[in-house]
Design a protein around this ligand. Structure first.
Ligand SMILES: Cc1ncc(COP(=O)(O)O)c(C=O)c1O
Length: 375
């Protein structure tokens, strides 16, 4: 049997990893500034994480959502404290797309409406409503295209209001800092305006924190920079440090009923322990503080790089924009300098999404490599 060939692969085979480093089968060491696509939050194979997951696996790896699972309650409690999202309710699933799918479905149930507003260059996943809300025609199949979605320009409040006025919008979904799209962000006035318009026209305000959540921007969630109170917050990636887990936080105004949402694997014992471990490590190692410090250092140092058009992003969700496509540069970084970096929809943006444990010396290592390629 062959693999369904959908991924263009780098010819590298990681076999183990530790903190910010990944090792291939020949023991070559790679600096991981990609974090497996913003997934590795507390570092590869963190000993607390490994021990907790190992112990849980020895006890109970999985049971379904038909019985008591106190780990889910513990997770809800700790997540409320860590995020500051008081009185929100937690629903657990397995991935970012699934989190957004549940967020949009819940918004539609709650409002009885079905149109969605999303934004240019946004990415929300590859499943039904999530992909329809994603600004990439290439990944929207005819079966997905039946969803009613208005994709509007970031920052364009009048267009948002015109669409909301139609009266059939269930949700506005937005990444407060765009990931795949290339790290664009609008203004505080725009995000606050969106939230206000949603209230005015009876649509739910969903912030997609799949990539930006769990401390990646230095705040627990990216929307917190703007002092917003979203109706639903979707999350995944950094939540499990590689263990598949996603979820949504749901405002207390939205009421649950049996059967409204559901999943077989979501919130399983191992997933809960993975996320609980991430929360403990984030706090113990003050990683949000580290994110801010290393980010400032990166931005300051990157200013002296040649050929950089702009430095984008915040926290450890960073990008360097050039006036040429970065595909070749990424190859040089990975094969010659043994450094993983990320790409974006904008081909000129090199993305930096390291584990949140990264230190200034790793940034120096990267910038030196980059300098030698650019000069
Ligand atoms: C902002 C955002 N939302 C949703 C998703 C989809 O997540 P997943 O690939 O886990 O389905 C991604 C993935 O990159 C993302 O960056």
């Amino acid at each position: 049997m062959s693999l369904f060939d959908v991924y263009p692969l780098f010819d590298i085979m990681p076999v183990k990893a530790k903190d910010v480093y990944v090792y291939d089968e020949n023991s070559n060491e790679y600096l991981d500034l990609y974090g497996g696509h913003a997934v590795i939050s507390v570092g590869h194979s963190h000993p607390t994480y490994v021990n907790n997951l190992t112990n849980q696996l020895e006890q109970l790896g999985f049971y379904s959502n038909s019985v008591q699972n106190p780990l889910q309650k513990e997770l809800a409690f700790k997540l409320e404290n860590a995020s500051g999202c008081k009185d929100y309710q937690l629903f657990l699933c397995n991935s970012g797309a699934e989190a957004n799918e549940n967020a949009l479905k819940l918004a539609s149930f709650h409002t009885g409406k079905k149109r969605v507003i999303a934004f240019k260059n946004g990415f929300h996943g590859r499943t039904s409503a999530a992909v329809a809300a994603t600004d990439n025609q290439k990944i929207i199949a005819p079966i997905n295209a039946q969803q009613e979605v208005d994709i509007l320009s970031l920052g364009d409040l009048p267009s948002v209001e015109a669409s909301l006025k139609k009266g059939d919008v269930c949700a506005v979904i937005i990444e407060c800092i765009q990931g795949v799209g290339g790290l664009d962000e609008s203004t505080a006035a725009f995000y606050k305006g969106l939230s206000k318009l949603c209230k005015q026209y009876g649509a739910l305000f969903i912030t997609d924190e799949v990539q930006s959540g769990f401390g990646r921007t230095g705040d627990f969630f990216a929307f917190q920079k703007y002092d917003l109170q979203p109706d639903i917050i979707s999350m995944a990636k950094g939540m499990g440090n590689g263990f598949p887990i996603g979820g949504i936080l749901i405002h207390p105004n939205i009421k649950a009923s049996y059967g409204l949402l559901g999943t077989t694997f979501g919130g399983n014992h191992l997933a809960c322990v993975a996320c609980l471990s991430v929360l403990d490590i984030l706090e113990e190692e003050k990683l949000q503080q580290n994110v801010k410090e290393v980010s400032n250092y990166f931005v300051e140092k990157a200013k002296s790089l040649p050929k950089v058009k702009s430095i984008k992003g915040r926290g450890l969700m960073l990008g360097l924009e050039f006036d040429f496509p970065v595909a070749e540069l990424r190859k040089q970084l990975i094969y010659k300098h043994k450094i993983f970096t990320g790409s974006a929809k904008n081909p000129n943006v090199l993305r930096i999404l390291p584990p949140l444990t990264i230190k200034k010396e790793h940034i120096d290592q990267f910038l030196n490599a980059l300098k030698s390629e650019l000069s």
